[in-house]
Every structure is written in C-alpha cells, then in structure tokens.
Ligand binder design. Structure first.
Ligand code: BV8
Length: 250
C-alpha cells in the first residue's frame, strides 16, 4: 500500500545494502519543469501524441514536424536545471559502494546534477546523429529542418531510441546485470509502461532485491514493489538522504 513515511526498520534494511540501482523515468524531471513523457503533448503539440511522434515512421513521413518537436523539447530542457530529486539521488548513490543509475530520460539532467555514469536506455536529446550511419554531428544549417548530414546528405536526427527501435545493446545489458545483482532497487518517476526498460523492476524483484517505488500515482508495478511511496521524487529523495545520514551519525 503506497505510504509516505519511511519506517525505521526499512531505513536500517536499506543501510545494510551494499549495492543500489536507481531506475528513473520522466517523473524525476517533472519538478524541473520538463513535462513527463505522456504529458509532452502540452502547448503547440497538444494535437499530437508523443507515441505518434517518437517513431521512425513519423520521422520518415513528417521529418520536419518530428525534428521541430525535438527542437522544442531541447529548448525546454536547455532552460531547466536539475531539481532536488536529481541532486538527492546523486548523493544517495554515493552512500553505497556499488551503485548504478539507469534512466529512460533523454534530458541529461542526471549528468547535470553530478552523477558521472548514467546508463541512458533511450538515448539523449542533446546528441544529434546522421540517420544513415549514426555518426554524431555538433553543428548544422539552422534553417534547414531537419538538417542534412554534411557527409552523406541523409537527414540528421536526435540520438534517441524511438518506438520500434532497439535499445543500445551494451547499455541495456549493463542495466539488466545491475538489476539482477543489486540488493536495493529504486524505481523513481516512471509509469513502468515502456518495454523492455519496464522489465527491470520485475527483474530486480525476481532476483531478490529490496524494491522501492517512488511515484505520486500507482503504476502497473506498484503492487509488486516491496514498498511504494506515493510522493514526488523531489520531496522523498532528499528526505531519504537526510534519514540515511542521521542514521549513519547515530
Ligand atoms: C523495442 C525516447 C523492439 C524518445 C522513448 C515488450 C517488449 C519489447 C517491446 C515492447 C513490448 N511491448 C511493447 C513494446 C513496444 C514499445 C513499447 O514499450 N510500447 C509501449 C507504449 C507499450 N517499446 C519499444 O518500441 C522499444 N523498442 O522494443 O524494440 C525491437 C526488437 C528488435 C528489433 C527492433 C525493435 C523502445 C522504447 C523506447 C521509446 N523511446 N523515449 C523520446 O523521449 O522522445 S520512451 C519514453 O517513455 C521516454 O523515454 C520515457 O521516459 C519513457 C517511459 O515513460 P516514463 O519515463 O515512465 O514517463 P511517463 O510520462 O510514462 O510517466 C511518468 C511517471 O512519473 C508517471 O507515473 C507519473 O505519475 C510520475 N511522476 C510525475 N511527477 C512525478 C512523478 N514521479 C516522481 N516525482 C514526480 N514529481
């Protein structure tokens, strides 16, 4: 049953863990002002579903529309900063000898809050690649939408994983291994509806981790979690770090 208070015995159980894996979704960036993925239909994009824009088919059919949607999201993300949830998570991970951060987000805010190694399952909106050979490009003709690759003339595209595209194999393998081996797994700000990423909390649970969900609203995974805290990440994570540090001092 989702709760808000962290019982002392749970805190002591968390403290005994030597390895942690955090699995985050769009909800951890919500308090920075980044619309969650399924709310990304705000403003001028209200008439489109992200599920219909974040696909290779949409890019093939409407390259300019998809490119401009990403330009709009990139401009949004460039204006925001990591929130208290990102910062607390960076501190929390450092309390454990073995720690892994896996995100579905493409906004780069975990890196901006000081977490060095982030497994980005769905890519990163700040990277742009050639749609033919996936080479990275830093500059392009701003008024051509989408711009053309200077080497081969194919469209440039955001370096994100669209629906129907495979996740980066090494990154996802690393995430699966971490989920299989961690003692503590936090599922933070994700609706656990996008696969294969949404397998990870189940994998952690099935291989014996203590699994905690942090999300203001129930998800398909809530009933399986050992603990579910119905709280925003920006409130819960700083509180958890505070309680952990107090326990370490006691
Ligand atoms: C693939 C990048 C196969 C783009 C994204 C089973 C197995 C495998 C695949 C499938 C399967 N079933 C279905 C599929 C197909 C599909 C899929 O999962 N569809 C869904 C819709 C059913 N999966 C795929 O297509 C994947 N590829 O499987 O390829 C393949 C195999 C062989 C060969 C070729 C192909 C690729 C999926 C990746 C899609 N790309 N993003 C972009 O961002 O533009 S996914 C997108 O959804 C984002 O990355 C987002 O992060 C992610 C998940 O969503 P959430 O992060 O959870 O965000 P959401 O808005 O849903 O929820 C936010 C949550 O936060 C809410 O619960 C809310 O309550 C909470 N919240 C709000 N405020 C706060 C908060 N929580 C805490 N604090 C707060 N303050």
């Amino acid at each position: 049953m989702p709760t808000k208070e962290i019982p002392q015995p749970l805190l002591e159980q968390i403290r005994r863990c030597r390895s942690i894996m955090a699995f985050t979704g769009a909800g951890i960036s919500a308090e920075s002002g980044v619309p969650t993925f399924r709310d990304a239909q705000t403003g001028l994009w209200a008439q489109f579903s992200p599920l219909d824009l974040a696909t290779p088919e949409a890019f093939k059919k409407h390259p300019q529309r998809v490119w401009e949607w990403y330009e709009w999201r990139r401009s949004l993300v460039n204006k925001v900063s990591p929130n208290a949830g990102h910062k607390a998570l960076t501190k929390l991970l450092q309390l454990f000898p073995i720690n892994t951060l896996v995100t579905q987000n493409v906004d780069g805010l975990h890196q901006a809050s000081g977490t060095d190694t982030v497994l980005e399952l769905h890519g990163n909106i700040h990277r742009t690649i050639c749609s033919r050979d996936r080479t990275m490009h830093q500059t392009w003709e701003p008024e051509v939408k989408p711009p053309r690759c200077p080497d081969c003339g194919a469209h440039l595209r955001p370096d994100v994983v669209w629906f129907g595209e495979s996740l980066p194999a090494d990154t996802f393998d690393g995430a699966i291994r971490a989920a299989q081996n961690c003692e503590l797994f936090l599922s933070i700000g994700t609706s656990t509806t996008v696969y294969p990423a949404a397998e990870l909390p189940h994998t952690a649970k099935n291989t014996g981790a203590l699994v905690i969900e942090i999300n203001p609203t129930p998800t398909p995974f809530t009933a399986e979690a050992d603990w579910a805290f119905a709280a925003p990440a920006g409130e819960f994570l700083p509180h958890l770090v505070e309680r952990m540090e107090a326990l370490a001092r006691s």
